[in-house]
Design a protein around this ligand. Sequence first.
Ligand SMILES: Nc1nc2c(c(=O)[nH]1)N[C@H]1C(S)=C(S)[C@@H](COP(=O)(O)OP(=O)(O)OC[C@H]3O[C@@H](n4cnc5c(=O)[nH]c(N)nc54)[C@H](O)[C@@H]3O)O[C@H]1N2
Ligand SMILES: Nc1nc2c(c(=O)[nH]1)N[C@H]1C(S)=C(S)[C@@H](COP(=O)(O)OP(=O)(O)OC[C@H]3O[C@@H](n4cnc5c(=O)[nH]c(N)nc54)[C@H](O)[C@@H]3O)O[C@H]1N2
Ligand code: SF4
Ligand SMILES: [Mo]
Length: 762
Amino acid sequence: MEAGRATTHRIAHRTCPLCEATCGLAIEVEGDRVLGVRGDDADPFSRGFLCPKGAALGELHHDPDRLRQPLVRRDGELVPATWDEAFAEVERGLSKIVADHGRQSLAVLLGNPVTHHLAPAFYLRSLIRAAGTRNLFTASTVDQMPQHVVSGLLWGDPSAFPIPDLDRTDYLLMLGANPIASNGSLLTAPDLPGRLKAFKPRGAKLVVVDPRRTETAERADEHLFIRPGTDVFWLAALVNTLFTEELVAIGRLEPFVVGVDEIRVLVEPFTPERVAPLCGIDPATTRRIARALARAAAAAVYGRIGNHTVEFGTATAWMAAVLNVLTGNFDRPGGVMTSSPVAARIDDRAPGGRGYRIGRWKSRVAGHPEVNGEFPAAALAEEIETPGEGRIRAVLSVATNPVRSYPNSARLDRAFAGLDFFVAVDVYVNETTRHANVILPPPSALEEENYELTFLGNAVRSFAKYAPPVFPRESAPGSAATPQAPSEADLFAKLVLILRGEGAKADPARVHDALVEEYIERECRDAEGPLAGRDPGEIRNALAGLSPVGKLLDLRLRTGWHGDRFGDRAGGITLAKLAEHPHGIDLGPMVERFPARLATESGLLELTPAPLVEDWRRVRARLEQPRPADGLLLIGRRHVRSNNSWMHNVASLVSGRSRCTLLMHPADAASRGLESGGQAEIRSQAGRLVVQLETSEAMMPGVVSLPHGWGHDLPGIRMRVAAAHAGVASNALTDECVIDVASGNAVLNGIPVEVGAVESRA
Ligand SMILES: Nc1nc2c(c(=O)[nH]1)N[C@H]1C(S)=C(S)[C@@H](COP(=O)(O)OP(=O)(O)OC[C@H]3O[C@@H](n4cnc5c(=O)[nH]c(N)nc54)[C@H](O)[C@@H]3O)O[C@H]1N2
Ligand SMILES: Nc1nc2c(c(=O)[nH]1)N[C@H]1C(S)=C(S)[C@@H](COP(=O)(O)OP(=O)(O)OC[C@H]3O[C@@H](n4cnc5c(=O)[nH]c(N)nc54)[C@H](O)[C@@H]3O)O[C@H]1N2
Ligand code: SF4
Ligand SMILES: [Mo]
């Protein structure tokens, strides 16, 4: 017994797939069990850090409610099925909808966890193309779409995010982000607490602007309350101050920046005095912060969820970018820089590219312009519910829970109930997937290869880390013909084949091989690329023996800027080399990439693109007619033990007292006759909830805070732990009719609400 144990006991190293921080994990395994998860001290990027979610990865893997076998709806019930049966049902349902109503009647929905898996990274493009629909909705429009638009329009690359250079900055102005809880977003830097702690010894300053004195604000040198949704006015006042006090100093990139004078005119009315009553920040403080930003050796303005999921999200992200550029902090070490992922090329080329366009097509009902090829999540319900040609009748969703994540959850719940056919690729039966006709569960994260391709693309360092599966895939119960559940790549390939009309029985290898071939051919043909003129056969042979995603990842790595170029650069990065370095390889901090990275048509950094100038009218109008300052505004909040809408079925993460409470300043509670610990009713334009009230001096008066992603008490959900810790769905209160017009992003913060005693309902 002892001996048997010794041989199966091991430590597996990999990256945590649960948030953007990419912490290295050391997973203690015995046989097919996870015994424990620790932070990997030898990971040079995360240096042993881990949060309670990473520690719970074993519980997640072993969660008996996590689906291991497809479910198919028969006589109204979701019942277990074999993979063959499930794929056949998908084919039957989807082909009927497409035959009867055309491809636009199918919507594809993608959720947050797809960004943590390799197969979606490589296969989703084919899936979307095969679906042939313009009805694409993703978590981007309940999240960071404003930043895509700003990055796309200003420097031509919607996915080149301005990442604050956390480890080298002298001054970080952080707005609408709480990385002590979230561990960072569009800012991949494991151990945010440790990295912020390193500010003081090197004399760097952290200023946090947030309507709640958050866990991050507690650690800051200075915290400023701001009225929700008004950051755009305040940032404009900072820009205004740079001009009036002659603090504009663009530096190295000055010859490439256009639009400075137009910006001066746009922000002219936004004086510190004028915005003070709107934002709640006094003019002297505004001027002091503008000077500090301009004078710091290197400073970064960083805004996140609280800046992007608001009514003027794009304008807010724009003003943050303008501040970084005008203070010379764009693409400066210690300022904001773009990441240089190991699995990407850095081309030495002249500035200029194809530019960035939005609105190439429009949504059917409200005529929303597409942004990044997507329509606003906030418009999904109307596209399902509004009759007529092109109405969405079927949904294919991957890793998303819109009934909890999108605004106006009650309406979405009704909309999903009214679909003709719904296929969900998901691991739980939750608020959304309970409506599915078929649920296809991908393998556990621990049964797949791991490389955090998306988030290492937003990292403050160039870091690479690969891990093979910790466990083999489980056998699929009840299907003798397919003894193993399909890999995630096979699952997506099957869906591609079904959508292309090649049938559920077609061989997924057709899709795998085509993707690899396409990649090789393209690289070998690219005269400027790292494989220019090489023989495709030679490259193909070099990849032999790897899994389908392994081949695609190896191609990315070896053609990347540190890659071995398939033998042309000795010692370069390859998948095999990463496999020999299970703790990962660190290749240094972010590097200057501009002006070469400018991909606008003009080859310039355009501070005043037309769509943003147009959108500025909305901001200007609000300056003239501010919202009344009485009444309450609702904001969200994250907690380190929670993860959007889906980790509440892990007992160790939900134990203790409920965290799904409405935080309110004691004075606001007193004036409404409400008591901490009691129940209160909260109402908005969209809906009403009864919540547990918790008074807190950390709240700005006039602002209340409720976390999102809860509300696990609907019939048909199969998450036993979550159901016992249900909480309430904050998106019952958010309004799908108000969006950030320029990006289509949902408004999830700054929601007008009223809170009072619970009214008994007739
Ligand atoms: N009010 C309010 N609403 C918000 C936010 C907010 O701050 N306030 N935040 C928004 C943000 S930033 C985001 S990103 C969205 C997130 O919203 P979604 O994109 O809906 O993502 P999650 O809520 O994380 O739900 C994840 C889904 O994927 C499933 N899942 C988990 N792991 C896997 C896996 O490995 N494979 C597959 N196929 N499925 C898996 C889960 O069961 C669940 O159904 O929510 C948004 N909604
Ligand atoms: N533990 C945990 N970690 C997560 C997640 C999670 O659910 N739980 N979700 C992940 C995802 S998908 C994302 S996108 C990231 C998000 O990462 P963050 O952006 O850091 O998200 P939050 O923690 O919600 O922080 C948003 C902050 O904005 C503040 N805020 C609200 N409205 C305003 C406003 O109008 N102005 C200003 N200045 N502040 C405002 C809120 O009080 C809150 O403190 O976190 C990721 N990490
Ligand atoms: S901070 Fe994020 S990546 Fe790190 S252990 Fe926690 S959930 Fe995982
Ligand atoms: Mo997100």
